[in-house]
Every structure is written in C-alpha cells, then in structure tokens.
Design a protein around this ligand. Structure first.
Ligand SMILES: [Zn+2]
Length: 252
C-alpha cells in the first residue's frame, strides 16, 4: 500500500517531470533558432509564445497550430525519466546531483535528433554542470585527461570521416554534403570526458561507435528491404555517446 507521504512525493516528482519536460521543450525551441532570442515563436505564424503555453501545453493562440510530435514525446518522456531516476537513482550519485546532468543529456539528444546539431552553448553549459560531478567521481587528473582525450579521440574520428567524405565525393564525381560526424560531437565528447574521466570516456566512445554502426546497418537493411537505398544519411551520433555515458553512470 502507498502511504499518504509516498503518494505526495510521487505527485511532486511527477510535477517535477512535467516542469522538466516544459523546460526542455522551451530550450529545444529557442536554442537552435537563428537569431537566438529568449522568447520562442510559433513555427507557423511566428507569434511569440508565453512560458505558460509551454507549461500548460497549449496550442498557438493565434493560428491554432498544434504542438509538435517532439513536444509530446519530450513531455511524456521527461515525466517517465524523472520518475525512473527518482526510484532508481545511480548508486554513486543522489537524485538531485544527477538530475541537472540528465537534463543536459536530454537537451543534447532532443536537439541532435531534431536538427542534427550539437550547440556550443549547450556544450558549455554542460561542462559547467558536469565538472563538479567529474571531480567528485574521478578526481582532478582523471577529469582533465578525460576531457582532453574525449576531444582528441573524437576529433581524429571527425577528421577521418572528413577524409572519407572527400574521397567518396571525388570517386563519385559529386559532392557528398552530409558529414558523418559533426564538430558538435567533438565538444560533446570533451564534456563527457570531463564527466566520466580517463579511461572511462573511451568506453563511451566505443559504445557509441558500435551502437551507431548497428543503427545504421538496421537503417540500411530497412531501406534496402523497401527498395529505397539512400547512402550517406548521417545518423546523429550524440544520443549514442549519451547512452554509453548513462551506462557508465549506473554501472561503473
Ligand atoms: Zn501560430
């Protein structure tokens, strides 16, 4: 049986999840926009949205545009994720310590999946959030080496991908525009290195490469089965790096 006290806590945590979802949706709307402004606008009629529109999950008051699929997935996913995190926080960290870190992870994943973009402003905020956690977890030396290693390893992969792209472009006599890895992946990997420390960052990168490889193979097979062959459709790497980091936060 649920005691009254537990029920109140459960309602409070659900409300927190709702708040987190609204904040994520707001940030995922304003941060990738050019020029960047504090007020978000309706993508259809450009009317400014109020904060209460996010919190109450309202349609656009001017043109009636519905909320996008992403806003629904983010909102419901945030409630589920915050509840899971509350019930099963990682052994090493408490709920309140790891929550800002998970918020940062979610923001990166949402923007990367939607726009194939990892913003530098998000990476900088992420560094501020994760450095204290990394220092407590791994100490100064491992944190610093982890950050540098994350950046260097991912930069080399990025550079290899760029060479490969140029080689393919030359061989096919047409420009292959889509990059396999973006420079944002390098900054994300640096931030994760600061969090996970050396040598754990290498595990996150290897996990990301394997999972991304698996995902692209599945994607290619599906496309082949449907007789739609689209080579060089870049898949966002960021979420796979984050999966590796979450596994380490729980298990390492
Ligand atoms: Zn509108």
């Amino acid at each position: 049986m649920l005691s009254l006290q537990k029920l109140v806590i459960l309602i409070g945590i659900t409300a927190l999840g709702w708040l987190v979802g609204s904040l994520l949706n707001y940030l995922a709307d304003i941060l990738p926009a050019e020029p960047r402004r504090w007020s978000a606008v309706c993508p259809q009629c450009q009317t400014a949205r109020r904060w209460s529109d996010y919190f109450l999950f309202k349609r656009c008051g001017t043109c009636g545009a519905k909320r996008s699929l992403r806003t629904w997935i983010t909102q419901i996913g945030s409630i589920a994720a915050v509840l899971v995190l509350w019930i099963y926080p990682p052994d090493r960290f408490g709920f309140w310590m790891i929550l800002p870190c998970m918020l940062y992870f979610s923001l990166v994943a949402v923007i990367d999946i939607e726009h194939h973009l990892i913003l530098h402003v998000v990476s900088m905020a992420g560094a501020v959030i994760v450095i204290p956690i990394g220092l407590i977890w791994n100490g100064l030396v491992s944190t610093l080496i982890g950050g540098v290693a994350g950046a260097v390893i991912m930069f080399l992969l990025y550079y290899l991908g760029e060479l490969f792209r140029r080689w393919i472009s030359r061989a096919r006599h047409e420009e292959v525009v889509e990059e396999a890895l973006g420079f944002g992946d390098v900054t994300l990997s640096a931030v994760l290195g600061l969090l996970l420390g050396w040598p754990k960052i290498t595990f996150a990168i290897i996990t990301a490469i394997l999972l991304a490889g698996l995902a692209s193979s599945l994607y290619l097979l599906t496309m082949l089965a449907r007789k739609k062959y689209l080579p060089f459709t870049a898949i966002p790497y960021g979420p796979f790096l984050l999966i590796g980091a979450v596994v380490l936060i729980y298990l390492a």
